[in-house]
Design a protein around this ligand. Structure first.
Ligand SMILES: Nc1nc2c(ncn2[C@@H]2O[C@H](COP(=O)(O)OP(=O)(O)OP(=O)(O)O)[C@@H](O)[C@H]2O)c(=O)[nH]1
Ligand SMILES: [Mg+2]
Length: 230
């Protein structure tokens, strides 16, 4: 049985999927969550042997969560489907969780030239500082390549269905007493057309969604006495 289900949220990633699906680590299965693609992404994924899940409600979190609900393996990983990240690296993440060194492992993106626009890099640095302050986790990035145990992830009861989902996972993990660590991973220029980081609208939506998550976390911390925390 496969040990890792790798959730790949996918909105028109036909150009990238063959590369991504050829780089899966051993003992894993790809769950491509098709979020209304019109470029044949679903057919390409199915032909490559991935489990294809259709999610009609748009949004990164909507796709990511549908993948988590469809997963059955003990470990669940998330990876962008645009070939910017190497899913093969999840094997190393799995070793850390199996060894009991972490509950959630994030890939901290080390960008190749041109892969990460300056505005996104600065926004991310600012966000990482706020996450460090809110949680004490020594994170430098909110890495989209990540791995945790499936049942623990389901237990977080994540609600965000847009760009706040990856941050909500880290903050909810913090409230649940998780150990969250990061490991450096290369970040390549994506295949296909940029949808979020490369556009002003995408960036603003992401910042708004993430800020909402940070405010909710701060309110929760303020309302919970120290002794009631895990
Ligand atoms: N933007 C967006 N991405 C989605 C959605 N559903 C699934 N995805 C996928 O989520 C992953 C991350 O989105 P990306 O578009 O790569 O976001 P990003 O890396 O911040 O920015 P770019 O790569 O510059 O577009 C990709 O695999 C997308 O195809 C959705 O509704 N909106
Ligand atoms: Mg991308």
């Amino acid at each position: 049985m496969n040990q890792i289900d790798i959730v790949l949220p996918c909105l028109n990633e036909a150009a990238a999927l063959p590369t991504v699906l050829a780089a899966l680590p051993p003992g894993s299965r790809a769950i491509v969550v098709d979020n209304g693609s019109t470029d044949g992404s679903a057919e390409i994924a199915a032909a490559a042997g991935a489990l294809v899940v259709s999610e009609s409600r748009r949004g990164f979190g909507s796709a990511a969560h549908a993948g988590l609900l469809a997963a059955t393996a003990p470990l669940v990983a998330f990876c962008d489907a645009d070939a910017s990240l190497d899913p093969g690296l999840l094997h190393g993440f799995r070793t850390l969780v199996d060894a009991g060194e972490a509950d959630l492992v994030l890939g901290a993106r080390q960008a190749e030239p041109g892969a990460w626009p300056l505005h996104a890099r600065l926004a991310n640095r600012f966000l990482a500082r706020r996450i460090r302050r809110a949680t004490g986790y020594p994170l430098t990035d909110l890495g989209p390549l990540r791995l945790a145990r499936r049942e623990a992830l389901l237990g977080l009861g994540l609600q965000d269905r847009r760009s706040g989902y990856p941050l909500e996972m880290v903050l909810a993990g913090h409230r649940a007493g998780w150990r969250v660590i990061e490991r450096p991973v290369p970040y390549r220029l994506r295949d296909g057309k940029s949808k979020v980081t490369g556009t002003l609208r995408g960036t603003l939506t992401a910042v708004a969604d993430m800020s909402r998550q940070l405010r909710a976390h701060a309110a929760d911390r303020a309302a919970t006495p120290d002794r009631a925390r895990p």
